[in-house]
Design a protein around this ligand. Structure first.
Ligand code: ATP
Length: 327
């Protein structure tokens, strides 16, 4: 590929997500395949400001495909949010001769890269790596599938004990602004109710749904709740139900950070590999200030503005499916 770009910098930023390593590997090997040098920037924007940069070879990304987390580490940087911070970062990049950037992260990461692009015009692309699947312009983000599988495994285990003891379980999964993990793990795990930030519901509606189970003799039940639920988290909802009725034997499980780690699923590895290859080939072909996405199983490049000014709408069909199947 003929491009004036010679040295590509790659980094991970924001929350870690399983599959980030597979994306790093793909970026490094694709760059080298096209006769470019690839540099890993450690600790996201913090390392960029400090000039914490390492040259990566094809072998230095061996045996990471199947590992969770990120070998480049990740960090949050307040300094990068300032113009002075970004100038420092740009100067450090130029010292090494880096002339293009590929970021793997979430919307905050993209916003930072967009600002850097506008100030210094360095070709830049983003790869969506976040378990929340909360980014517009892509059907899936890297890490969502693995995190959801982890949640489903936990729900299956909890179901065994819920059934044995006739218990009502409230299971809280990750998703501060996005109900994707809750919705998909809830459908896959057979939840009796799913509570997500995007749906208009009330405590009374949820309570009515649970007491409907009392009439149909549903003795055990599972309710999956996204942490960003507008009607309270698992503990709060459980407390309110217990205050209203003694019919239920109630337990709460909060899955927390175990959803972030672990070996990525085949789906996340393949997704990350495709996006990593596309990001390098895209940037060499002149794509910039954009995010790689996957729509209807095809790679797409979304201009930054199209991604950042829209929410990733919840899957309404899946919401309907969840409702039908929970009777
Ligand atoms: P996740 O979805 O997992 O939280 P994220 O990429 O959204 O990932 P953030 O912590 O929001 O994570 O952002 C990562 C970093 O991006 C921040 O620490 C900061 O350095 C940079 N960043 C975020 N917002 C801005 C902004 N408005 N301007 C410049 N840089 C920003």
């Amino acid at each position: 590929m003929s491009s004036s770009i010679q040295r590509i910098g790659v980094f991970t930023s924001g929350g870690d997500a399983p599959g980030m390593n597979a994306a790093i590997r793909a970026v490094v090997r694709t760059g080298i395949f096209h006769n470019k040098e690839v540099y890993g920037i450690m600790q996201g924007y913090e390392g960029m400001i400090e000039g914490d940069v390492v040259k990566l070879g094809a072998r230095s990304v061996g045996n990471i495909l199947q590992r969770g987390g990120t070998i480049l580490k990740t960090a949050r940087s307040e300094e990068f949010k300032t113009k002075e911070g970004r100038k420092k970062a740009y100067d450090e990049l130029r010292k090494v001769g880096i002339d293009a950037l590929i970021a793997i992260g979430g919307d905050g990461t993209f916003t930072g890269l967009h600002a850097l692009y506008h100030e210094f015009k360095m070709p830049s692309l983003c790869i969506p790596g976040t378990i929340d699947n909360d980014i517009a312009g892509t059907d899936y983000t890297i890490g969502f599938d693995t995190a959801t599988n982890t949640a489903v495994e936990a729900i299956d285990k909890i179901r065994d004990t819920a059934l044995s003891h006739n218990r009502l379980f409230f299971i809280e999964v990750m998703g501060r602004n996005s109900g994707y993990i809750a919705l998909y793990s809830g459908v896959a795990g057979g939840a009796g109710a799913i509570i997500i930030p995007e749906s208009e519901t009330s405590f009374d509606k949820v309570y009515d749904l649970l007491t409907a189970g009392e009439i149909t003799n549903k003795r055990s039940n599972l309710v999956v709740i996204a942490e960003g639920s507008k009607i309270g988290g698992a503990n709060e909802i459980a407390r309110k139900v217990a205050e209203r009725s003694s019919y239920f034997d109630i337990k709460v499980t909060i899955l927390g950070h175990l959803q972030r780690g672990g070996s990525p699923t085949y789906f996340d590895r393949v997704l990350a590999s495709r996006m990593g290859v596309a990001a390098v080939e895209g940037i060499l072909a002149g794509e910039t200030d954009a995010m790689v996405g996957i729509r209807d199983n095809k790679i797409v490049f979304n201009p930054f503005d199209a991604v950042m000014n829209r929410p990733h709408d919840i899957d309404h069909d899946m919401l309907r499916i969840a409702k039908i199947l929970s009777i």
